[in-house]
Design a protein around this ligand. Structure first.
Ligand SMILES: Cc1cc2nc3c(=O)[nH]c(=O)nc-3n(C[C@H](O)[C@H](O)[C@H](O)COP(=O)(O)OP(=O)(O)OC[C@H]3O[C@@H](n4cnc5c(N)ncnc54)[C@H](O)[C@@H]3O)c2cc1C
Length: 416
């Protein structure tokens, strides 16, 4: 069985290795001069390989793709990923967030392990080979390069999405797959920093809030608003908007919105306290807190610069106003801002800064166990080129490894 795998990222390396392990004759084509470029830059060059959970704990974070991923992640779960790296002398560790990294904190070790697994299995890795198309040729396939065509029995497309195009992921496979009859759900950036805010938030650039809940709500004429995305994690104010895990994890709901007028962003700055608890502290006159400056009271829970900025937002308050000088309406407004701070959204930093691409090949057109195209015999599709995107935390590599492995195993199987 001759198999060509297009794209040597996480999904392609695992797919190629698995097919070769099952005795297929495998070529892995990569347009860059080196393989696994995204692996090398991932997780701040530490590579968050997967998450410390079971298959269900992975798939439940994939919204519409949850059911599609169940068979492949079930067959190749986080513990299998950890074992795969351990066998290649890349032991892993679990951090307090549940993220799994190589003990060495070096993405290079993870990338090299995947290359070693593929090479030992017999995969011929060819770098600097941009594929320009794929077409059926009788009962076989023809993979087109600039000056060559390769005939094969099976093709696995693992060319990734459109995010970080400088890494080689420029959405090349979408037009080929569309020509073969596949539907491409409109690709859009996900896990991307947000643009927005106003002068006062931009002034806070560089400030991190360790624990907040960020939510994107659908604006609704009746005043009721449905939560489209929510994430409790850290938040970073930037000179153009917001970043950090909480902002990036809700970004898919921003890029999915037809119009920014239909959504609103709000942040609970102190999720560990209820409104009543905050009210109690701010109106506690007997305890002596009434004489304290409001900003210093807030600084018990929030970074000082943010505490001061929140007081500044109320024109009736001065920086040195004490809690007892605050009117009831000012206090209510302040509590409201702390628990549900509305922030303007202008958009996102787009594909160049998106860690993942949402959208891609429509999942109903691909068999979830095998990644086999339901529309073209002998074609397999895995990894981020599919309409699959998960949150920060190793979920996206896990999905790429699992779908890649399923595709490789199935592509190596004899017909019939
Ligand atoms: C900065 C950054 C940090 C990240 N950190 C993490 C993390 O720590 N943990 C995590 O789980 N996820 C992380 N991700 C997401 C993760 O990298 C992707 O989800 C994952 O790489 C997808 O794997 P893939 O194999 O499907 O695609 P990719 O890794 O994108 O691989 C696709 C490959 O196909 C090649 N290719 C494209 N077109 C062609 C063509 N025409 N011919 C030949 N080759 C082609 C590309 O050059 C590329 O090498 C991060 C992403 C970025 C951008």
């Amino acid at each position: 069985m001759r198999v060509v795998v297009i794209g040597a990222g996480a999904a392609g390396l695992v797919a190629a290795a698995e097919a070769a392990r099952r005795h297929a004759d495998v070529q892995l084509l990569e347009k860059n001069n080196k393989v696994g470029v995204k692996i090398l830059m991932s997780g701040g060059t530490r590579c968050n390989l997967t998450h410390d959970t079971d298959a269900k704990g992975i798939t439940k974070h994939f919204r519409h793709a949850r059911r599609f991923l169940q068979p492949s992640v079930g067959a190749f779960s986080p513990s299998d990923v950890v074992a795969m790296f351990r066998q290649e002398n890349v032991p892993t560790k679990v951090e307090s967030t549940g993220k799994v990294f190589p003990v060495s904190d070096r993405a290079l070790h993870a990338r090299d392990a995947l290359v070693a697994i593929a090479t030992h299995a017999g995969v011929k890795i060819r770098t600097g080979q941009p594929v320009i198309g794929v077409r059926p040729s009788g009962h076989r396939w023809c993979v087109q390069l600039n000056h060559q065509e390769i005939e094969c029995d099976r093709v696995i497309v693992t060319a990734g999405g459109m995010s970080y195009p400088g890494c080689g992921t420029t959405g090349d496979a979408y037009p080929w797959l569309k020509k073969l009859g596949h539907t491409i759900v409109k690709p859009r950036p996900a896990l991307v920093p947000l643009t927005g805010g106003s002068h006062w938030t931009h002034e806070l650039s560089g400030l991190t809030l360790e624990d907040c809940v960020a939510e994107v709500h659908a604006r609704n004429k009746s005043g009721k608003s449905a939560v489209l995305a929510a994430r409790r994690s850290s938040w970073l104010f930037t000179h153009v908007g917001f970043s950090g895990p909480a902002a990036m994890d809700i970004s898919h709901a921003v890029t999915a919105a037809e119009s920014l007028d239909q959504i609103e962003l709000c942040v609970d700055l102190v999720p560990g306290l209820t409104r009543e608890e905050i009210q109690h502290v701010l109106s506690d006159r007997k305890g002596g807190r009434g004489r304290q400056h409001i900003a210093s009271l807030l600084a018990e829970w929030l970074p000082q610069r943010l505490a001061t900025a929140l007081v500044d937002l109320d024109p009736s308050l001065k920086v040195n106003s004490s809690a007892s000088q605050m009117s009831r309406s000012s206090r209510n407004q302040l509590v409201q801002r702390i628990k549900q701070l509305p922030l303007d959204i202008h958009g996102t930093r787009g594909f160049p800064k998106a860690e993942v691409t949402a959208g891609g090949v429509k999942l109903s057109e691909v068999e979830p166990k095998t990644m086999r195209s339901r529309l073209a015999d002998g074609l397999f599709i895995a990894g981020e080129v599919l309409d699959v995107d998960g949150p920060i935390g190793g979920y996206n590599f896990q999905a790429a490894f699992s779908t890649g492995r399923a595709a490789g195993a199935a592509a190596a199987m004899k017909k019939g």
